[in-house]
Design a protein around this ligand. Sequence first.
Ligand SMILES: [Zn+2]
Ligand SMILES: [Zn+2]
Length: 379
Amino acid sequence: MDLIIARPEGLYCPPGDFYIDPWRPVDRAVITHGHGDHARTGHQHYLATAAGAGILRKRLGEHINLQTLEYGESLQHHGVNISLHPAGHVLGSAQVRVEYQGEVWVASGDYKVEPDGTCTPFESVRCHTFITESTFGLPIYRWQAQQQIFADINQWWQSNAEQNRASVLFCYAFGKAQRVLSGLNQHIGPILVHGAVEPLNQIYRQAGIALPLTHYVSEIEDKAQISKSLVLAPPSAQGTPWMKRFGDYSDAFASGWMQLRGTRRRRGVDRGFILSDHADWPGLQTAIKATGAERVFVTHGQIHPMVRWLCEQGLDAQAFVTEYGEEAAEAETDFAAESALSPEPSANTSSANQPAAEIATTTATTATHPHLRQKARRT
Ligand SMILES: [Zn+2]
Ligand SMILES: [Zn+2]
């Protein structure tokens, strides 16, 4: 029996009568994580991890009807046992395990196998059928250890600071920014943040994740310090008047897409740091094998190379048609959200009273296949 099928609204569990990360409004939604292509507005009931509750409420509204589970805790719904297990992708991210009449399926959402300090590390869950992403499912994607990447970022910052030049690092506001923060050497200089990033930092801190001290640029009294700073900003801040205050700065972009030749140049930045919150090619292979699953469905990203590789391994593999995007789609959802936020809160806004603008989510239909656009842009 198929415990999860693809429906026009989203991935659906027929015996349990609920959806996983649905892209159209439904009655019951289990949400793997707070990125915009997975967590959307308009559902009647939400089920997610306790660790992800702060993000979901921030993005979807304080008043959503949200039930939470701890990692590994389970509940019964129409005879289906549902539990959530760490996906290692961003704060609160989960794989959804469903069990019915002895059959076990796991829908993994987005995941990363390398542990980092900002979310609970990925845990392999045994199952008969595994539903996987394949954002970076090509052999060219092999990540360096993150300690090496953080060392490169700190070295770039140090050398800019020695030349009195601010270092502006563009990265996605939810997940990537906090991961970068966790790897920064705060002795080099002050760390400045854009107003789209800081509210998410606060949610991480409230969840008990230690992050270095961050400031808004307006809080820096000795302006000479700005030239020693590292600035974390969302990609949408690039080219806006907010950037002018940093003078002759050096800029960089942190993303798995920086692996692709030409991406840094197209982004128009000085440096590219290859840092992804998704599994690389070996990571995907290891994770899939470790589930022991004989059947695999691939939801998004490099679907066909992954299906082909899995079939070559003797597995029953096929694609699910979904509206999940990739890092770029998640970022574009961020773009929409950021337009509602000023770069900094007004002077009388205390840090405890963050911008009131609700972070809106949009349907990411235009951003469904960023890899296709990526290819289109290369030609
Ligand atoms: Zn994601
Ligand atoms: Zn995603």
